[in-house]
Design a protein around this ligand. Structure first.
Ligand code: SKM
Length: 496
């Protein structure tokens, strides 16, 4: 079950949104009375019980907005119990002052916005002693280990327990709540109303993660990154799983660089069978592989891990996807030994994606030139792969057949910049922008105007994801659906 948290300053809005949520099928709504700006009228709020409710009056030190006295707050909680609300949220340290009455269930809560305390078990035991029907512990995750400790606590608890790690790093503790045995988890009504760090949107929990149908047989996949919230991988992989009726979910794992080996070690016990890997983990992930395909070793990075028994298999589907795009665009004969001999590509940027594309083009005997805003990085990449290097300022002077943007220049929200001048483009240059959000970057717009042939970031993103899907499930992905899903999400709706 998902409890949708509702915080509104006015009674009228709180009541209207409660009704709306109930009509949309919400099974439980948390009314955050600390959000109400005037004197709270329980009578008005509880007049119509559109669906079961949790009443919460959160103090400021626990992340709430309550400004009045503590005595008034406790009176409000007692009154809510007297009015027979379904659940009341009582902070552990005041629980002894709020007696049980009627059928109202007691959620005994604890919040820590800085860390996940070491003594979680003792904390839980003490909270359970407070005549708790449900124990709710919400703490800040500062490492992936914090999630593991929290999930263990929930799984092994003898009384119904909601254990949440807050922040982007803790998102999985929210998504996997039901599977761990939590009576419910929390979600927000809409994204613009972020009421706690890492809180996901109700609709997202329902339609993207399909929370209530995650069971013990659900196979997990995910993207490991730091940060991770910007990634569109959960969107397209989950849509594809749903479409093909596979009982699998794809989750966002925010893991700091230093935590990656430990995280990979725990994937098996978490039920994770495969991962997409992105910034900043692609190189380190290769070191964690027991076996890697030759292209991944050659590039020095993986973007895909598959766990099989005790083996960690590494792949680089960025490389495969990018080469498919280039070969198709130039109509390259793959049977030729040196299919791109005589062609020159200029790659802007010296990060992971540039490395994968440069390696692929060099394998095909293309002349590759690297330009990066940090000259030293370009030099290192060029010398490792046998490419030429030029200064960033000289990038418009090269005669080229293919321009590849491997920098983030032009990416949302900085959409009004291009890494290359329009005047230097012409119909004889093909332009490949690896930025996928937005698809129509300023560089792609320039390229279209100059009548260049183009490859967009979405072309590449969808292909690399489709390869991953095949590696994860052994089945072909619905590529059309993946493409449509990401296009809909990244291209703003055009109003007349
Ligand atoms: O290589 C991909 C990776 O598989 C997923 C990803 C993302 O989710 O943003 C980006 C690329 O690095």
């Amino acid at each position: 079950m998902i409890c949708v948290t509702l915080g509104r300053a006015r009674h009228k809005r709180m009541i209207a949104d409660h009704q709306f949520l109930a009509e949309q099928g919400a099974q439980l709504v948390e009314l955050r009375l600390d959000y109400i700006s005037r004197a709270v009228s329980l009578k008005r709020l509880l007049e119509n019980r559109f669906c079961p409710i949790v009443v919460t009056v959160r103090r400021r030190e626990d992340g709430g907005r309550w400004l009045k006295s503590e005595a008034e707050r406790l009176t409000l909680l007692r009154s809510a119990i007297a009015a027979g609300v379904d659940y009341v949220d009582i902070e552990a340290d005041v629980a002894s002052q709020i007696p049980r009455y009627g059928n109202t269930k007691r959620i005994i809560s604890f919040h820590d916005f800085d860390e996940t305390p070491e003594d979680l078990e003792e904390l839980h035991a003490a909270m359970a002693e407070e005549d708790a029907d449900i124990v709710k512990i919400a703490t800040m995750a500062n490492s992936f280990q914090d999630n593991l400790r929290m999930m263990d606590l929930v799984k092994n608890a003898k009384i119904p327990t909601i254990g949440i790690c807050m922040g982007e790093m803790g998102m999985i503790t929210r998504i996997l709540g039901e599977r761990l045995g939590s009576p419910f988890t929390y979600a927000t009504f809409s994204k613009d109303k972020k009421m706690a760090p890492g809180l996901l949107e109700w609709k997202e929990m329902q339609t993207l993660y399909r929370y209530s149908t995650i069971d013990d047989n659900t196979v997990l996949f995910g993207v490991v990154a730091d940060p991770v919230a910007h990634s569109y991988s959960p969107l397209i992989h989950n849509r594809a799983f749903e479409d093909s009726g596979i009982n699998a979910r794809y989750l966002p794992f925010r893991v700091p660089k230093s935590d990656l080996p430990n995280f990979i070690k725990h994937c098996k016990e978490l039920g994770v069978e495969g991962l997409s890997v992105t910034i900043p983990h692609k190189e380190e992930a290769l070191d964690q592989c027991t076996q890697a395909e030759s292209s991944a070793s050659g590039i020095g990075a993986v973007n895909t891990l598959v766990f099989q028994g005790d083996s960690v298999l590494g792949y680089n589907t960025d490389y495969r996807a990018a080469m498919d795009c280039v070969e198709e665009l130039f109509n390259i004969d793959r049977t030729k030994e040196r299919p791109m001999q005589g062609m020159t590509a200029l790659i802007l940027g010296a990060g992971g994606v540039s490395r994968a594309i440069a390696w692929g083009l060099k394998q095909r005997h293309c002349d590759v030139v690297i330009a990066s805003r940090t000259f030293e990085r370009a030099e290192i990449l060029a010398s490792e792969l046998g490419c030429r290097v030029i200064k960033w300022e000289d990038r418009h002077d090269e005669r080229i057949n293919l321009l590849v943007n491997g920098t983030p220049i032009g990416m949302h929200p900085d959409v009004d910049v291009s890494p290359y001048n329009e005047t230097s483009l012409n119909q004889f240059v093909a332009v490949f922008d690896t930025v996928y959000n937005p698809e129509n970057t300023l560089l792609i717009k320039y390229a279209k105007r100059a009548q260049c042939r183009i490859i967009t970031g979405i072309d590449m993103f969808v292909r690399q994801a489709a390869y991953q899907y095949k590696l994860f499930t052994g089945k072909d992905a619905n590529v059309q659906l993946m493409r449509k899903t990401i296009k809909d999400a990244t291209n703003p709706v055009q109003l007349n």
